[in-house]
Design a protein around this ligand. Structure first.
Ligand code: NAD
Ligand code: MG
Length: 402
């Protein structure tokens, strides 16, 4: 048996982080946890440190870090506790990890995930926002360093599995064309409001928006799934991950969430990946790739399904999806602006400061007010992100004073 893979988990207390540790727990000879990070959940991180004894643990602020360090000292657990955004990069670089699970939600995940790319790690990419914000720069860093990038987002993981092996490493257009890939079909459940009349969405609460019919996820991505901004972000993510033009990426509503995505080939074949809606499957796939390990997931029983349905999304019902396509077509910093505005809008909605139906108009206003540029450098991307957040907060303040 070879040495265990050394794993750093960015965002270990979140939905993806906890699922990752669940898979790792079942394979103690294969994986060693060397770094864990969280923003504020001290107790949950402490419990994880007790169990997995990482070299480094990171929290969002000094107060939380002191609490964790004191508790670990009392229990004689020799984990170094750090805090703040730079410490996330330290967790990637100084923990001696070979694999990074990038599972911080939002733009906060960008810098440590990029550091993992630059350092040539195996990156299990759950954080889609990093790629949405800086796809070109990120993929360039992956290619320069020889990092291995394995998508964990279920749709992209499905497509990764349905593409010919090694497709992503082909940078020659002729060689890619020979593979005969015509279209990537991203499936979407349509979220909790797929069939709800728009007029009934005015009073939607965060709890209702977070009650996803098929998946259990963090709050931000749950709201994004309800608005379908999540699918929009995923279209942009797919565009960069698989280096495929936007026109070759389609979205299909598939309420059962059994087919996680598909690839249509020139010869008429459509290859789909199916499974339970359980993130442990793509996580286990990424951890073990190119081997397969058990994920603790209940086997899929097709005889228990009465139907698999597929329809095109109604863009009037899901204006956030249109906005994401528009930002994707504009390119440059437009997706970073879209993402930042959406993070502010969703944060405000979750804090009950913005109505559900105001999320899309707020994002649209920010896209109109912040000019996009080419996104040639990280500074430019971060600048667009900050400007978009500032304008979004101004729009929010105006809405609230009306
Ligand atoms: P979550 O909210 O459950 O967890 C987020 C994690 O990030 C937590 O550990 C939190 O402490 C940490 N975090 C949050 N803000 C931070 C900050 N400012 N600095 C440092 N750490 C911070 O989110 P999740 O559902 O696990 O999603 C994580 C990422 O994975 C997101 O980008 C999401 O889009 C993506 N994703 C999630 C799922 C899913 O099923 N949950 C599926 C596909 C993709
Ligand atoms: Mg997804």
């Amino acid at each position: 048996m070879s040495l265990p893979r050394r794993i750093a988990i960015l965002g270990s207390t979140g939905s993806i982080g906890v699922n990752t540790l669940d898979v790792i727990r079942a394979h103690p000879m294969r994986y060693q946890v060397v770094a864990l990070t969280a923003n504020q959940q001290v107790d949950r991180l402490l419990a994880q440190c007790r169990e997995f004894k990482p070299r480094i643990a990171v929290l969002g602020d000094a107060q939380g870090a002191k609490q964790l360090a004191d508790a670990l000292l009392r229990e004689k657990i020799a984990t170094t506790v750090l805090y703040g955004p730079e410490a996330l990069v330290t967790a990637v670089i100084d923990s001696d990890c070979d694999t990074v699970m990038a599972a911080i939600v939002g733009a906060a995940g960008l810098l440590p995930t990029l550091a993992a790319a630059q350092a040539g790690k195996r990156i299990l990419l759950a954080n889609k926002e990093a790629l949405v914000m800086s796809g070109d720069l990120f993929m360039q860093a992956v290619s320069d360093s020889g990092a291995e990038l394995i998508p964990i987002d279920s749709e992209h993981n499905a497509i990764f599995q349905c593409l010919p092996s090694g497709f992503n490493a082909l940078h020659n257009d002729a060689a890619r064309a020979e593979c005969g890939v015509e279209e990537l079909w991203l499936t979407a459940s349509g979220g909790p409001f797929r069939t709800t009349p728009i007029a009934d969405l005015a009073q939607i609460t965060p709890a209702q928006a977070c009650a996803h019919p098929n998946w259990v996820m963090g709050r931000k991505i749950s709201v994004d799934s309800a608005t379908m901004m999540n699918k929009g972000l995923e279209v942009i993510e797919a565009r960069w991950l698989f280096a495929v033009p936007l026109e070759q990426i389609r979205v299909l509503i598939h309420p059962q969430s059994v087919v996680h995505s598909m690839v249509r080939y020139r010869d008429g074949s459509v290859i789909a990946q199916m499974g339970q809606p359980d993130m442990r499957t793509p996580i286990a796939y990424g951890l073990a790739w190119p081997q397969r390990i058990s994920a603790g997931v209940v086997p899929l029983d097709l005889t228990q399904l009465s139907a698999l349905n597929f329809t095109l999304p109604d863009l009037n019902q899901f204006p956030c999806l249109s906005l994401a396509f528009a930002a994707a077509r504009l390119g440059g910093t437009a997706p970073a602006i879209l993402n930042a505005a959406n993070e502010v809008a969703v944060g405000a909605f979750l804090a009950t400061e913005l109505a559900y139906l105001q999320i899309a108009p707020l994002v649209e206003q920010v896209l109109e007010q912040v000019p996009a540029s080419k996104a040639l450098t990280l500074v430019e991307v971060l600048d667009a992100d900050q400007t978009a957040r500032r304008i979004a907060r101004q729009c929010l303040a105006r809405l609230r004073s009306q």
